[in-house]
Design a protein around this ligand. Sequence first.
Ligand code: NAP
Length: 295
Amino acid sequence: MTARLIDGKTAAAALRARVAEAAAGFAEKAGRAPGLAVVLVGDHPPSAAYVRSKAKATVGAGMASFEHKLSADIGQDALMALVDQLNTDDTVDGILVQMPLPRHLDEAAVLMRIDPAKDVDGFHPVNAGLLATGLDGMVPCTPLGCLMLLEQECGDLSGLDAVVIGRSNIVGKPMAQLLIRASCTVTVAHSRTRNLADVVRRADIVVAAVGRPELVRGDWLKPGATVIDVGQERVDQPDGTRKLLGDVAFEEALAVAGAITPVPGGVGPMTIACLLRNTVVAAHRRSGFNDPEGL
Ligand code: NAP
């Protein structure tokens, strides 16, 4: 068997086009474009690159991008004051504070300070609670993108056995909640799970969000399983180059799985597209409009 490739780039481009349409519809009704504020503390190069690509994608979808670059030695009070200011700024629909923050800053306190209605990362406990209770809140971008890819690939997920490897607040836990909401039978595995290979072997759907390159081997998979590989780690190669690897041994998995996301080009492109999606949805909800269709 050779698994089908789940093309995240094409799915993300289609989602971005729908977001741009919804943003234009919002601008017509509200008299302003939806706005996303991104806060970057310090100049950590990968974070600066993420912030640049988020800003570019935001503008590309017809939305306003507000960038706040702060010095690495900013104090907690000054950062909280900026979040307060963004919370009350009516032109800002979404607020994203790029993580990780420098060590002297309290990340949890900053996330808690963001107005849950503008929490387009979906990390605020209010949004985590809404997701867990099956109510509409802001859903974290990466698991939301994974769910969209799964529904595109499998259609109705109801009754399928799903294993999520990883229990982080940003990927594993919200992914499990989304799969429960989709009526899957869900197992969440983590570093203390016994016989992980046997657990994975039961699954119709495997979502790997671990950060351990090629942990999941081909012979761990049930033949025909759908595999979503969230992992992305840069690994040194013998020839001195660095390669981006996922949590799944891709070549081995190709021979067993029914469908699989490549790394890169799978989950990654969906994450930013879902951030744009969350921003335009937040704009609609804050203005009392119905959620845009098709998102
Ligand atoms: P994280 O916070 O470090 O969580 C990793 C999880 O994996 C933890 O729950 C940990 O278990 C579990 N784990 C570690 N070693 C394990 C093992 N040997 N067997 C089973 N479980 C194990 O990581 P994260 O933020 O969720 O990210 C995971 C990966 O996804 C990373 O590679 C990250 O770069 C990638 N990622 C990609 C995107 C994207 O847009 N494509 C977005 C976010 C993250 P314990 O809880 O027991 O420690």
